[in-house]
Ligand binder design. Structure first.
Ligand code: ADP
Length: 268
């Protein structure tokens, strides 16, 4: 994918965008239970640099828990995760806080609800993580945030407050906030499911552009049209397992598993 950087100054998008076919994320045998509820029963996931992997499946199948496990927001009961050449974390033994933070640093998550700070402007929301957490000098963080906001069509909104924006604009700020952290990997957890239908397209378009620019991402979504267009690989999950995985062309048109077929018939 092209590195289509026409933004002024340093390219704020560099880290996640170096497709070279190496494995960026490797997760093996991820297991997780909540009490008696076995939510993930041994999930394997491998994502190469520049690849887009889409997780689909019925509600409650464990998709969000997979993302949260990759981001250190959830601690699996077993399995290993390695991102961007970082140490392979083995969850069968307790991991330290430092290890969890190291894992979190390598990815950034875009949530269903944007969770913007209501009392801060758009620009302040975007620079909060880089300045407070990553200790980036404020002027540099602002310049990079501005370039990113301009790229997603929010040039006029730097000084607006979240309540002054539409839901689609708010979610685009949420995406920019994730990009500003310069993660290796972007994780999207149903990024459009809280939006009014007419606002879904503009947010999917931004995600699609990031995919085309070479960002590596794992996306949980019910938007099968998006999955068809943007995904390199689609994983269908049900009951805490990956039932089937394949290229969208294969999985959507000629699913191998009966469970996949039934799910697609219900949702399409
Ligand atoms: P999906 O994203 O596919 O809808 P989730 O990963 O959100 O599925 O949830 C999978 C299962 O795990 C569900 O049964 C859900 O109720 C349960 N679950 C998720 N998070 C928690 C939690 N923090 N505590 C208890 N149960 C949870």
């Amino acid at each position: 994918a092209a590195n289509g950087s026409d933004a002024a100054g340093a390219d704020p998008l560099a880290p996640g965008q170096t497709p070279d076919d190496s494995v960026l994320l490797e997760a093996r045998g991820i297991r997780k239970s909540f009490g008696d509820n076995e939510v993930l029963r041994s999930i394997d996931l491998e994502v190469r640099r520049g690849e887009v992997v889409v997780l689909i499946g019925p509600s409650g199948s464990g998709k969000t828990t997979v993302l949260r496990s990759l981001n250190g927001l959830e601690t699996p009961d077993g399995g290993t995760v390695s991102i961007a050449g970082g140490p392979s974390l083995d969850f069968s033994t307790p991991i330290s806080k430092a290890e969890r933070f190291a894992l979190r640093d390598r990815s950034a998550m875009v949530f269903q609800q944007h969770n913007l700070f209501p009392h801060m402007t758009v620009l302040q929301n975007v620079i909060e993580g880089p300045v407070r957490v990553q200790k980036v000098p404020k002027a540099r963080a602002e310049a990079e945030a501005s370039a990113l906001l301009d790229r997603v069509g929010l040039a006029e909104k730097h000084d607006a407050y979240p309540f002054e924006l539409s839901g689609g604009q708010q979610q685009r700020v949420g995406i920019v906030r994730a990009l500003a952290l310069k993660p290796q990997l972007l994780l999207f957890d149903e990024p459009t499911s809280a939006l009014d239908p007419e606002l879904v397209g503009e947010v999917l378009q931004v995600i699609k552009e990031l995919a085309d620019e070479g960002w590596t991402m794992v996306v949980v979504t019910h938007e099968l049209g998006f999955a068809r267009q943007a995904a390199d690989e689609v994983l269908f999950m049900d009951g805490g397992v990956v039932v089937e995985r394949g290229a969208p062309g294969q999985l959507f048109t000629a699913p191998r598993e009966e469970r996949t077929r039934r799910f697609l018939q219900r949702i399409l």
